[in-house]
Design a protein around this ligand. Sequence first.
Ligand SMILES: C[S@@+](CC[C@H](N)C(=O)[O-])C[C@H]1O[C@@H](n2cnc3c(N)ncnc32)[C@H](O)[C@@H]1O
Length: 280
Amino acid sequence: MEAEELRAEQLERWARAAAGWARRAERLRETSLPVSRWMVQRLELEPGQRVLELAAGPGDTGFLAARSIVPGTLISSDASEAMLELARSRAREQGVENVEFAALQLEWIDLPAASVDAVLCRWGLMLVVDPGAAASEMRRVLRPNGRLAVAVWDVAERNPWATIPGRALVELGHADPPDPSRPGMFALAPEQRLRELLERAGFLDVALDGIELDRAYRTAEDYVAETVDLSAVFAEVWERLDERARAEVRERIDALTAPYANAGGSLRLPGRSLVAAASA
Ligand SMILES: C[S@@+](CC[C@H](N)C(=O)[O-])C[C@H]1O[C@@H](n2cnc3c(N)ncnc32)[C@H](O)[C@@H]1O
């Protein structure tokens, strides 16, 4: 598939996922807080600074940073208008006022060189067609010595919460196995790959860490419902299936999650994010 076609397909999926992300936004904010805190802390922010969040989705990592820079400004950005709309409404709900919103693409950030003090990007960089171009763009818009903090997912084996639903679809013949040559959740793992990407883009003092992010679900049913809301790829297949096929998928998911189930039927599925901070 051509790069442009791939970008358009991905954006169309994010537009479709935005309503589900809105439903789950508060839970996502809470469960992902350890990653956001690590990132914001590493930016070493000061009042009056200008911070750019890229691929912000619901925007919560940037909103956390916005508190530390008053009277400075956060630019909360995403390539998807639907996601930007979600971030706008969450900023209103949370009373975040020092924020501007912008439709920006990671691979060609439409801002002047050296125009921001810090860049944040949580779980966006591994999704783009050319992450090297995106990393160079991040460095270009940062002022000299400006700070970067990014998060990407660690390898698939350490993220069963994200792989089990898709694996069930593949095992039952409803979907093709993921193509490792295409951008995706695990494209920048393991650590060394992320380090090399940032160093090649010219970032200095790259510091990497891993953060365990288990996801808890009351029931396997809740797990499936959340996956339908958050993953447009899973939802596309799920919506085509009849009740019998869905029951089979649920059964397969039950089997695959059995090692992580508690006596009462609740689940605790492991996850692990990589986080990196660096200077421009
Ligand atoms: C996995 S979500 C992460 C959202 C948010 N950063 C978070 O941590 O919850 C990925 C986000 O990246 C956005 N996105 C995907 N491709 C992008 C691109 N090329 N440029 C900018 N944003 C993009 C999507 O619209 C979506 O909001």
